[in-house]
Write a protein that binds this ligand. Structure first.
Ligand code: FES
Ligand SMILES: [Fe+2]
Length: 356
C-alpha cells in the first residue's frame, strides 16, 4: 500500500534519453520514460493496452511511442493515435500518462490523481542545482521496503556497527550528544550536537582540519513523506560559535535521499552527497561520495536481511527504544496520509526547508 498523491523521484534526469526507453517499476506499476523532441520528459504506463507488451521494447517516433509488438502508437498523453492493422482506433485504446517535472537534476513523477499534481509540492533538493554547492549522486537498488531505509537514516546510532570499517570512526558514539526528535506538521526532525570532541578522520580528510583539532559537530535531519530524508552534517572548530549560527570555521555537507518504492519489498534509492566547500576540487566530492557509497552498500545488505526476515513472518513484533523515535514517527505520518487518501480526502504535502 503506497501513498499515491505525492511526488516521487522517477529517475535522475541524465538517465532518461531521447530515444533510449527507460522501463522502471514505480509503486508497483510499470512505467516507461523517454523525452519528447523538445527535451521534456514523458512517463507512460509501460503496458500496451493491446496485449500488454512493454512499450519500453518499442520505438520513439517523434513525440510518440510505438509498441514493438503490433505497432499501436501512443502520444505523450497516453492516447493511442495509430493502429497499423486497422483504420478505426477503439475509444478505450490508451495507456496511463503520469505528470512529470524535471527539477534539481531529477525527474519527479506523480502517480496519484493527475488533477491534484501541484509542482509547488516538490520537495526541496536545490543543492543539486546551486552553483555554491558541488554534488555527486547515484541510484542504488534497495532490496527492501522504502520505510526500512527511512528508519535506517533516521537512527544514525547504527553507524559504529553497520559501518565499523567504513564510517564507524566518524560516528557520534550512541550515547554522546543529546538527540532531539520532534514533529513539525508532516515533517520529522532529528537533531544532535556534540561539542568539544576530537575531529574524526572523515572531516580531516574532507576539510583538512589539523589532526589534533577539537570540534563541535552537528547532525540535523529532516524527514518528509513519503520518503525524503535530508541531512545537514558538519563540524566546526570548537568554541567558534557554530551552534549559535556561525559556521565560518567549519564545513557543511548535505546528504540527500529520495527513496521511491518499486514494490513492497524493493525500492529505488536516489541519493547525493553535496558540499559547500572545495567546489572547484572534484577530488573532495569524489572522496565524500566514495565514503558514503561504500557505507550505503553496507546499509543495503542489512536491510536486505531485515526484509527477508519480515517476509518469513510479517507478524513478529518489534521492540522500540528512544532512538527509534524518528523512524516510528515517520511511519505514523505515512500511515495517516495513506488513511486520508483511502478515505477520499488526500492531504497536501508541503515541502519543508532544511535549515541549519
Ligand atoms: S501488444 Fe502492443 S501493439 Fe500489440
Ligand atoms: Fe548507514
Amino acid at each position: 500500500m503506497f501513498l499515491r498523491n505525492s511526488w516521487y523521484v522517477a529517475a535522475w534526469g541524465e538517465e532518461i534519453g531521447r530515444l533510449a526507453l527507460l522501463r522502471r517499476i514505480l509503486l508497483g506499476e510499470p512505467v516507461v520514460l523517454y523525452r519528447r523532441t523538445d527535451g521534456k520528459p514523458v512517463a507512460l504506463e509501460d503496458r500496451c493496452c493491446h496485449r500488454h507488451a512493454p512499450l519500453s521494447s518499442g520505438r520513439v517516433r517523434g513525440d510518440n511511442l510505438e509498441c514493438g509488438y503490433h505497432g499501436f502508437t501512443y502520444d505523450p498523453s497516453g492516447q493511442c493515435v495509430k493502429i497499423p492493422a486497422v483504420d478505426t482506433i477503439p475509444a478505450n485504446a490508451r495507456v496511463r500518462s503520469y505528470p512529470v517535472v524535471e527539477r534539481h537534476k531529477m525527474v519527479w513523477i506523480w502517480m496519484g490523481d493527475p488533477a491534484l499534481a501541484d509542482e509547488s509540492a516538490i520537495e526541496d533538493f536545490h543543492w543539486l542545482d546551486d552553483p555554491g554547492w558541488r554534488f555527486k549522486g547515484e541510484r542504488l537498488e534497495l532490496p527492501g521496503n522504502y520505510l526500512l531505509l527511512v528508519e535506517n537514516l533516521c537512527d544514525l546510532t547504527h553507524l559504529p556497527f553497520v559501518h565499523a570499517s567504513s564510517l564507524g570512526t566518524t560516528a557520534i558514539p550512541p550515547k554522546e550528544g543529546k538527540l532531539e526528535t520532534r514533529k513539525e506538521g508532516n515533517a520529522v526532525i532529528v537533531e544532535r550536537w556534540t561539542e568539544n570532541v576530537p575531529v574524526t578522520s572523515y572531516f580531516r580528510a574532507l576539510a583538512g582540519f589539523p589532526r589534533d583539532a577539537v570540534v563541535d559537530r552537528w547532525m540535523h535531519l529532516v524527514y518528509t513523506p513519503p520518503a525524503f530524508v535530508r541531512l545537514d552534517i558538519g563540524a566546526a572548530l570548537a568554541g567558534t560559535g557554530a551552534r549559535a549560527g556561525d559556521r565560518s570555521n567549519g564545513v557543511t555537507t548535505r546528504n540527500l535521499n529520495a527513496i521511491t518504492p518499486e514494490t513492497d519489498k524493493s525500492s529505488h534509492y536516489f541519493w547525493a552527497q553535496a558540499q559547500n566547500f572545495g567546489i572547484d576540487d572534484p577530488s573532495i566530492s569524489d572522496l565524500d561520495f566514495r565514503l558514503t557509497h561504500g557505507a550505503f552498500l553496507e546499509d543495503l545488505k542489512m536491510i536486505s536481511g531485515q526484509q527477508q526476515n519480515i517476509d518469513l513472518d510479517p507478524s513478529v513484533p518489534r521492540v522500540n527504544i528512544a532512538t527509534d523515535a524518528g523512524g516510528v514517527q515517520a511511519r505514523r505520518v505515512v500511515d495517516a496520509l495513506i488513511a486520508a487518501e483511502k478515505s477520499g480526502t488526500p492531504k497536501k504535502i508541503a515541502p519543508v526547508p532544511l535549515t541549519p
